[in-house]
Design a protein around this ligand. Structure first.
Ligand code: NAP
Ligand code: MG
Length: 491
């Protein structure tokens, strides 16, 4: 006789039977071109040499993308100069604002398509592209549209003037959003732009170019050139660029700072980070655990301001770790196009190799690794959410930016020790503090050397709030009225 199988209510509620059904986001309404060129002087132009952009979740090719050489960058800068002299710098701010509002609304209109392309090209979960990247990009254009005709009120008593042509280079972790952070304030302030997207994620910038064209933005006001680091360097080094804005790694930031030194070009650098997320024993722990998860696993940890170092007060460390490990095992890792996915694909094979190397270094140096036993897709670039305990401040995983879903946990006993440990990296971009006591929160915040500090929350962004770093995380601010300063001469 066969064994009788029964399903208990407990199994139904808590067992494996209660799996999520697949919730795929369709992409059949999106048509990608076989080949993308550059957007120069209001037109799409192609150049001969190309590279492939792939979907990191499947390793399949999405499109070919042209590479801009120095001559192409020169054409783009000339178009930007002409648009600046003849049209954009002469246009009243209230007229510039109309274009920015139009662009913002068109991003909203095409939001589903843009979110899908962002996820296909970069590997981030569709729920993040849809709910964070695209709405925030639109919000930045709306926000800076509001400043375009009020520049004289932004810095009371001062005279303000646009700079000219802004050369901008952006990374792959928030491709559309970084483009918006750079382009919106530049245009609001009356400058024109030449921008280069990152090589692994050029596609949403090309949709943005279509939007600029359809919005009737005067030719040359924004020019988008694709390519590798050499294309970025050609923008940075071009004689007729007045301002350089760079977001990317600290290593490349240093190269750019050297290249720009003595040229008179205005410079802002948004670089790497190694954010501390500090949990005091009086914090609401369940909420803090959600904050820890959001701080390090949002966008696979490809976040410059990620809370990649957890500093937890020693007397609650066991409790926090138990809750954290349990929560980690509920994270859904895999297909970024599934609406229930929490952790999507690592952006590139190169980044996956870097994460793998640093995790191996963590183990070799004696830290203890924990990973949930979640299945990973067979193809594509994926990495299990990882937490290291027994980390000391000198370990590489406590000092170097991993830029992946890897958390290093350290403990502390007093607020003073927490501050010293939090500040003990070459970076200074972001920190989080979790405490029930407002006075403690503000005192600790005042002692932290970081540009952005969140209290009882993490990874919250708003266009009206300035963002940027100290030390090797760079200088200059993006967002808010402060974000205009990078694009204006204020006298
Ligand atoms: P990256 O290697 O520095 O690249 C950033 C951009 O610069 C890319 O478009 C890249 O082109 C280009 N580039 C490379 N070499 C160049 C050169 N010599 N001159 C001019 N441009 C050059 O950084 P990533 O790996 O893309 O991005 C990850 C880093 O960005 C992390 O360290 C992260 O913390 C940082 N980040 C900082 C912020 C912030 O706001 N502070 C925000 C996001 C990311 P290719 O794509 O062709 O290499
Ligand atoms: Mg790609």
């Amino acid at each position: 006789m066969g064994k009788k199988t029964t399903t208990s209510i407990r199994d139904l509620l808590f067992g494996d039977l209660w799996e999520y059904a697949p919730a795929p986001q369709s992409s059949d309404f999106v048509t990608l071109k076989e080949r993308y060129g550059h957007f120069i002087n209001g037109e799409f132009v192609e150049t001969e040499e190309t590279f492939d952009t792939i979907n990191p979740a499947t390793e399949e090719k999405l499109a070919e993308v042209c590479i801009a050489d120095e001559a192409t960058v020169d054409t783009a800068v000339k178009a930007a100069r002409k648009a600046y002299e003849k049209v954009w710098s002469k246009m009243p701010g209230s007229e510039r604002a109309k274009y920015l509002y139009r662009i913002a609304r068109m991003i909203q209109e095409r939001s589903r398509e843009i979110a899908v392309v962002e996820t296909l090209d970069g590997g981030k979960p569709i729920k993040e592209s849809r709910d964070v990247d695209v709405p925030l990009a639109a919000a930045h254009f709306f926000y800076y549209a509001g400043w375009a005709d009020k520049l004289n009120y932004a810095f009371p008593g001062a005279q303000v003037k646009s700079l000219g042509v802004a050369g901008q280079v952006i990374p792959w972790n928030f491709p559309l959003l970084m483009a918006a952070w750079k382009i919106a304030p530049a245009l609001a302030a009356g400058n024109t732009v030449v921008i280069k997207p990152a090589e692994t994620t050029p596609l949403t910038a090309m949709i943005l170019a279509e939007i600029f064209q359809e919005a009737g933005l005067p030719p040359g006001v924004v020019n988008i050139v694709n390519g590798f680091g050499a294309t970025g360097a050609a923008i940075v080094n071009h004689d007729d660029v007045n301002k350089v804005a760079f977001t990317g790694s600290t290593g490349v930031g240093k190269i750019i700072q050297r290249a720009v030194a003595g040229t008179g070009k205005k410079l802002t650098l948004e670089l790497g980070g190694k954010g501390a997320n500090i949990i005091f024993d009086d914090a609401p722990l369940d909420q803090a655990v959600e904050g820890i998860i959001n701080g390090i696993f949002f966008n696979q940890g490809h976040v410059c301001c990620a809370g990649s170092r957890l500093l937890v007060q020693e007397n609650i460390a066991d409790e926090v770790m138990a809750k954290l490990k349990h929560r980690l095992s509920t994270l859904r890792v895999g297909d970024p196009m599934d609406k229930n996915t929490d952790v999507g694909a690592i952006n590139s094979r190169e980044q996956l190799d870097r994460i793998t190397e640093l995790v191996a270094a963590g183990e070799a140096e004696g830290a203890v690794k924990f990973q949930p036993s979640c299945p990973l897709p067979e193809k594509g670039f994926f990495f299990r959410p990882t937490v290291f305990t027994e980390v000391t401040p000198s370990h590489r995983i406590a000092q170097e930016e991993i830029f992946g879903p890897v958390l290093s946990v350290l403990t502390f006993r007093t607020p003073e020790e927490a501050v010293v440990k939090a500040n003990n990296t070459p970076y200074g971009l972001a920190c989080g503090i979790w405490s029930d006591k407002g006075s403690k929160l503000f005192e600790v915040a005042g002692a932290l050397k970081a540009g952005v500090i969140w209290g009882n929350t993490y990874n919250k962004f708003d266009p009206s709030s300035p963002f940027g770093g100290y030390k090797e995380s760079g200088f200059g601010r993006e967002g808010g009225v402060q974000g205009l300063l990078a694009y204006l001469e204020v006298r």
